[in-house]
Design a protein around this ligand. Structure first.
Ligand SMILES: [Zn+2]
Length: 425
């Protein structure tokens, strides 16, 4: 399979953070990684390949280095597993105009108009209690269950003058079927194979059903949902799988909840990465002093997608910083620390790219536009680890269907792998 085909399969298997984490775990296990539980005591040693999952949607995977973390620091990659979407409400059944709709709540900053007239399904997990104990079941409903129909232009005469205005409470409610049909929870219980009353709660989001594809001239582009940021999760997983017996412990963290501010137990503001790094230090014979020493020698590449220059809106980029699709990974800079990059970490990433013959692009936002952010500054602030924000260029970020370049997939994997295997500087 080509690396592009592998990315398409990865994205298609990750309609929710829970599915993306399960897919990363499955791939890691193919290369000898085994899962640790946070509730257990850990026994770890040099060369061990392990991963740990918190609340289903976040993962930390690592290969223990041949040297103590206090002597080499950690080589880290960070990414996120979530994407903008709509989340099913606790009481979703809504009847309007003789039709049964599904009440949803916007999650993150979606380009909401792109979700109109798409064939949607639901994915995530449900909490089942049919025997006095609650179990969580991952769910990815087959086929297209839902659709958010747009309003015909004949009924929207002012559309051309006023543009499209969508009130999320009123206009972005998916249609499921006739009001006489079953409630949504009954249909989901049917799919899971339990009684309707046994499904007690859910973390379900909408997902486009159209498979990811390559296209454009020479099949040079990837057209897919959730490239922000499953493309980085895919690259980091591949990089970690390819690194064997590194000197410094190699770590990949992918957090849920980045699109909504990262403020959760499993988000980048939470303790998941810190807890795991501390346990690696202690598990390899170190103490709290060694943990601080290890952090001070560590480097994190925060990989999240970057805005490529848009051919129809080229004035939206700073004229001196216009990353192009297919021209290599982008280092993201922001004077106000929306990105964690500084001179030292930018040069570190640049050197790793030169190690593997990859060219680097740079992004800084226009002075008159506000800037996005990533898990990079949050992780850097929490742990005091030197961090660089990078990412592959893309178009249509936060659309239901995004676009990136096939030519950028392998260079990012190579640069991340060079980082994990890099000697001390
Ligand atoms: Zn992102």
């Amino acid at each position: 399979m080509t690396v592009a085909g592998d990315l398409l399969a990865f994205v298609d298997r990750g309609p929710s953070p829970f599915h993306a984490v399960a897919e990363m775990g499955r791939r890691l296990e193919e290369d000898g990684f085994t899962q640790l539980e946070e509730r257990d005591r850990w026994t770890i040693g040099a060369g061990d390949r392990r991963y740990v999952v918190r609340d289903g949607g976040s993962i930390v995977a690592f290969t223990v280095g041949t040297q103590a973390p206090a002597d080499t620091g950690f080589r880290l990659i960070g990414a996120h597993t979530d994407s903008p979407t709509f989340r099913v409400r606790p009481q979703p059944d809504t009847v309007r105009a003789g039709l049964r709709l599904v009440g949803v709540e916007p999650y993150g900053g979606a380009l909401t108009y792109t979700w109109l007239d798409r064939d949607l399904t639901l994915a995530g997990r449900v909490a089942v209690d049919d025997s006095g104990t609650v179990r969580l079941c991952d769910v990815h409903l087959p086929g297209a269950w839902l659709r958010i129909p747009s309003l015909a232009i004949h009924l929207s005469r002012n559309l051309r003058q006023e543009g499209l205005r969508l009130d999320p409470q009123q206009h972005l409610v998916p249609l499921w079927g006739p009001a006489s049909g079953p409630a949504l929870v009954e249909a989901i219980a049917d799919h899971v194979g339990v009684a309707g009353t046994a499904v007690r709660a859910w973390d379900l989001v909408t997902a486009d059903t159209q498979p990811a594809a390559v296209g454009g001239a020479g099949d040079g582009y990837v057209f897919a949902p959730r490239l922000d940021n499953l493309a980085s999760c895919h690259a980091a997983t591949a990089a970690l799988r390819g690194v064997d017996a590194p000197r410094a412990t190699a770590v990949f963290v992918a957090n849920d909840h980045e699109e909504v501010g990262s403020g959760s137990a499993e988000g980048a503001r939470g303790s998941f990465l810190e807890d795991t790094l501390r346990r690696i230090v202690i598990g390899t014979g170190g103490d709290e002093q060694d943990f601080a020493r290890a952090r001070s020698r560590s480097r994190l590449i925060s990989s999240d997608m970057a805005h490529a220059l848009h051919p129809n809106y080229s004035d939206r980029h700073e004229p001196g910083h216009q990353p192009r699709l297919g021209a290599g990974p982008v280092v993201k800079h922001n004077a106000n620390q929306s990105y964690a990059t500084d001179a030292g970490t930018a040069a570190w990433f640049d050197a790793r790219c030169r190690d593997v013959g990859v060219s680097v692009q740079h992004f800084v936002t226009r002075a008159d536009l506000s800037c996005g952010s990533t898990i990079g500054p949050l992780t850097a602030a929490r742990l005091g680890i030197s961090t660089v924000d990078v990412g592959n260029p893309m178009l249509s970020m936060h659309s239901v269907r995004e676009q990136a370049a096939v030519a950028d997939i392998e260079p990012l994997i190579a640069a991340l792998a060079a980082h994990l295997a890099a000697p001390d500087d």
